[in-house]
Write a protein that binds this ligand. Sequence first.
Ligand SMILES: C[S@@+](CC[C@H](N)C(=O)[O-])C[C@H]1O[C@@H](n2cnc3c(N)ncnc32)[C@H](O)[C@@H]1O
Length: 275
Amino acid sequence: MTITECIRWAKALLVAEGANLEAYLLLEQASGMARTTLYAWPERSLEASVIQQFQTLVQERRDGAPIAYLLGRREFYGLELGVDKRVLIPRPETELLVDLVLEYADDRPLRVVDLGTGSGAIALALAAQRPTWSVTALDQSEGALAVARANQARLGIGNVEFCCSDWFSALPLQSFDIIVSNPPYVESDSPYLQEGDVRFEPLSALVADNQGLADLFAIIDAAPRYLAPKGWLWLEHGYTQGHSVRQRLLECGYQQAQTQRDLQGLDRVTGAQWP
Ligand SMILES: C[S@@+](CC[C@H](N)C(=O)[O-])C[C@H]1O[C@@H](n2cnc3c(N)ncnc32)[C@H](O)[C@@H]1O
């Protein structure tokens, strides 16, 4: 098959909006050729092994596999992160969490911890933006930490230390200026879990008890032991959870609890300051 024939075959199979772009992305992935080469030589015949790999990728995509897993990468806050099925695919709305942490931080070199780091998205974005900060990033999944450490090595970001921990449990008592987390916050019976990319992501990265609030509340309750005076806790949550999160923060004695909306106008991130 030629390049043109491969693309035509894939577009017929993928059908949906974006099929043309995805066909090219998957052919780049299978062939190792740059997009410009694919455009420049449409009549070039491809090797059988490349065609076979391409067809497998296209069929997996047709069956719903996330394009990020098939390509093995996703961009987040200007960083190209490696991703696979051991980690949540970083979401654009999580960039709001990074924006807010940066916006509310002062100019000192700060100590930061990212709870549930997954691919390392938040920790690596903060560390890249603020090279003087010391960032600790933890996850309870060794698989996720392997992905995050590989991202750190490839990106050459030095000021992050990863560690395996069930929330704070493995961290020696110490104080941080900022605690940030995008924890699991989806209800276990949510229909959202049956949709799109989410079906392929680790449930342990998505689902929490107590209508999705259990991990958010566990972090809010435990964080004061690890927060420096005037330190900030920033949490991503579901769009219906802002009120419950603010209420819990105030009950625990935090101040200035405030919820910010994402680009779709939905409650998405809440921050509060420890007195
Ligand atoms: C929603 S994902 C967020 C991943 C990444 N921070 C991001 O924003 O793309 C939640 C992460 O929390 C981790 N996690 C779940 N329960 C945990 C626990 N008890 N302790 C530490 N990490 C946990 C999961 O393994 C997963 O990587």
